[in-house]
Design a protein around this ligand. Structure first.
Ligand code: SF4
Length: 141
C-alpha cells in the first residue's frame, strides 16, 4: 500500500544580525540597510535578531542563530556582530563589514551618524543590495 507522507514545507529563513552601531556613520548605514532588506527586498525570507538581547542571553535568539543560516553586518572592522555570533551561537554564513564594502566600491562613508543626506541613501541602497545578494546565495543552496 502506498503511504503518503505529509511534508511540512516552510520557507527558508535567513537571520540578519546588524551590529547596531550608534557612534559611527557606518553603524547608521548598517541599521538602515538591514531594515531595507527586512522590509522591502527580502521580507518573506529574512528575520532579524536583536544583537544586545542575543548577547544578554536571549534564549530564542541563540537558538535561532544555531538553527538557521545567518548574515552578520558590521559597521567597522571591530566586527561586534560577527564576533558575538561566532562566540554565542555559530559561524555566520556570510559576514559583511561596511567599511570594507565602501572601500571596494570607492564610496565615502556618510558625514554624520545622525542624519543621512540623499547621497547616503544611495549608499544604503547599495549595501542593502549586497546583503540581499547574500540572502539569495543562501536560498539557492
Ligand atoms: S562593529 Fe563598529 S560600528 Fe558596529 S557596533 Fe561594533 S564598533 Fe560600533
Amino acid at each position: 500500500m502506498l503511504e503518503l507522507e505529509l511534508v511540512e514545507i516552510s520557507p527558508k529563513k535567513v537571520g540578519i544580525i546588524p551590529c547596531n552601531g550608534e557612534e559611527l556613520p557606518e553603524g547608521t548605514l548598517t541599521r538602515f540597510a538591514c531594515r531595507k532588506v527586512l522590509d522591502k527586498l527580502k521580507p518573506s525570507n529574512t528575520v532579524t535578531i536583536c544583537l544586545p538581547l542575543f548577547i544578554a542571553g536571549g534564549k530564542e535568539e541563540r537558538e535561532f542563530a544555531q538553527k538557521f543560516p545567518t548574515i552578520t553586518v558590521d559597521g567597522c572592522d571591530k566586527q561586534c556582530s560577527r564576533i558575538n555570533t561566532e562566540r554565542l551561537s555559530g559561524k555566520p554564513r556570510h559576514s559583511i563589514v561596511i567599511t570594507d564594502l565602501l572601500k571596494e566600491h570607492g564610496i565615502n562613508a556618510p558625514g554624520s551618524a545622525r542624519t543621512l543626506v540623499d547621497m547616503d541613501r544611495q549608499t544604503v541602497d547599495l549595501v542593502a543590495k549586497e546583503i540581499a545578494k547574500k540572502v539569495d546565495q543562501i536560498l539557492a543552496e
